[in-house]
Write a protein that binds this ligand. Structure first.
Ligand code: EZ4
Ligand code: CO
Length: 403
């Protein structure tokens, strides 16, 4: 039986912060799990170091399900992003170890490949519609088959999803939380012309996506969905905050634009009503924030019963460890939909050497035993943690709003 003898939490900032758990067995086999929670990194690191690691030392590394149950049920205080990201890190590190011990890439242990590769979507953005469309055109030339489009909103100084430094979008900033301004009216006017221009320039063979980022009421979302219908978007993401899952019923009553939600969900309970009542089309819960591969498989299985597909979150605050785990997961489930993919910077890629690769619009996790990703400890140590926050959002009259 492989015993866990060492566990270390590494926080590194090669341009942005990542928290990684690294487990070692008595035979010297290592496994890595991502525990990054953007803007709240130290909370998960402490949860792991102070509360989880003492319980891991000496455990059988093969007992993944039992360890998951032990950490979930055993905490008494269930769910929440901090807890579930910590559990995810342990879960993914244990899957990495098990697959290495088996000498197989992880997707083989999850049932084997269901498809040749993982369809991904990238992010195109710009201050103006012209810039965004130009950016998207570049991605189409690189072979991307699905592109998310976000543009600046005329009359607002900055908004979600639009890169400040040409094309590298990173919402978290050092210092205190930046303040954005918001106007729903201005925003709602700006999106249909963006889609019209993108269809005109890119044609109909490329999938176009859009992220509302939790900012509309259900009836506003219904109207936007309706306005976008002629342009056949692949999905409209996070149309409303999903704490109140009933909201999505109202959106559904007004539009056939497919709906995606769930990047901030952390358990199957956050998805249950949306899935069981078929209020969405794509579930965006992800490995790192929703309890690891063990729990995400359960969410996907529930979604499959209702013909809902996955569309896992994959922004740059999810480390290459999560990207690798997501690709093994995506390849192995029957109801995969699409995977978000924002390329990491060269600094981040160097800290996390990985086997996954992009070809012809799809990612493949590679065939190295385990996840096929590691952390370079010496390089990681050169980039100490730097506090950073996601922005906050206010209406133009100063009212605090959803970011
Ligand atoms: O704002 O990951 O679809 N992608 C997103 C991301 C989120 C960030 C928050 O940390 O919504 O850009
Ligand atoms: Co999103």
């Amino acid at each position: 039986m492989p015993r866990i003898v060492e566990a270390e939490v590494i926080t590194t900032c090669p341009g942005r912060n990542f928290v990684t758990l690294r487990l070692v067995t008595d035979d010297g086999v290592t496994g890595v799990g991502d525990a990054t929670l953007n803007g709240r990194e130290r909370a998960v690191a402490s949860y792991l170091e102070d509360h989880v690691i003492p319980c891991l030392i000496g455990r059988d590394a093969h007992r993944i399900e039992d360890t998951w149950q032990y950490l979930y049920r055993g905490a008494y205080w269930r769910r929440g992003p901090v807890t579930m990201s910590a559990i995810a890190a342990v879960d993914v590190a244990l899957w990495d170890i098990k697959a290495k011990l088996a000498g197989l890439p992880l997707y083989q242990l999850l049932g084997g490949a269901c498809r040749e590769g993982v369809l991904v979507y990238c992010h195109a953005s710009g201050e103006t519609i012209e810039e965004t469309v130009e950016h998207a055109r570049g991605f189409a030339r690189e072979g991307y088959r699905a592109i998310r489009i976000q543009s600046g909103v005329p009359g607002l100084p900055s908004t979600y999803g639009v890169a400040k430094e040409k094309f590298a979008y990173e919402p978290a900033e050092k210092g205190l939380p930046p303040v954005n301004a918001w106007s729903t009216e201005k925003y709602l006017r700006s999106v249909p012309p963006l889609f019209a221009a993108a269809r005109e320039a890119l044609g109909w063979d490329v999938h176009l996506l859009h992220d509302v980022h939790h900012r509309l009421t259900p009836i506003e979302a219904g109207r936007l969905g309706k306005d976008l219908e002629p342009f056949r978007p692949f999905w409209m993401e996070d149309a409303c905050p999903a704490e109140n899952q009933d909201n999505f019923r109202l959106i559904r009553q007004h539009t056939t634009t497919p709906l995606a939600v769930g990047e901030i969900f952390n358990s199957i309970w956050d998805c249950r009503q949306l899935i069981e009542e078929q209020l969405i089309d794509y579930i965006r819960a992800t490995v790192v924030h929703a309890g690891g591969i063990t729990h995400l498989r359960r969410i996907a299985a529930l979604a499959d019963l209702h013909r809902i597909r996955t569309g896992c979150h994959g922004a740059t605050d999810l480390s290459p460890v999560t990207m690798a785990a997501a690709l093994h997961f995506d390849l192995s489930i029957p109801n995969f939909g699409i995977q978000e993919y924002m390329r990491h910077t060269a600094e981040t890629d160097a800290v996390f050497p990985h086997a996954y690769s992009f070809d012809d619009g799809m990612l493949h996790p590679g065939n190295e035993p385990g996840l096929g990703v590691d952390i370079d400890l010496a390089l990681a140590a050169k980039y100490p943690y730097e506090r950073a926050y996601l922005p906050v959002n206010r209406l133009e009259d100063g009212t605090m709003f959803d970011w």
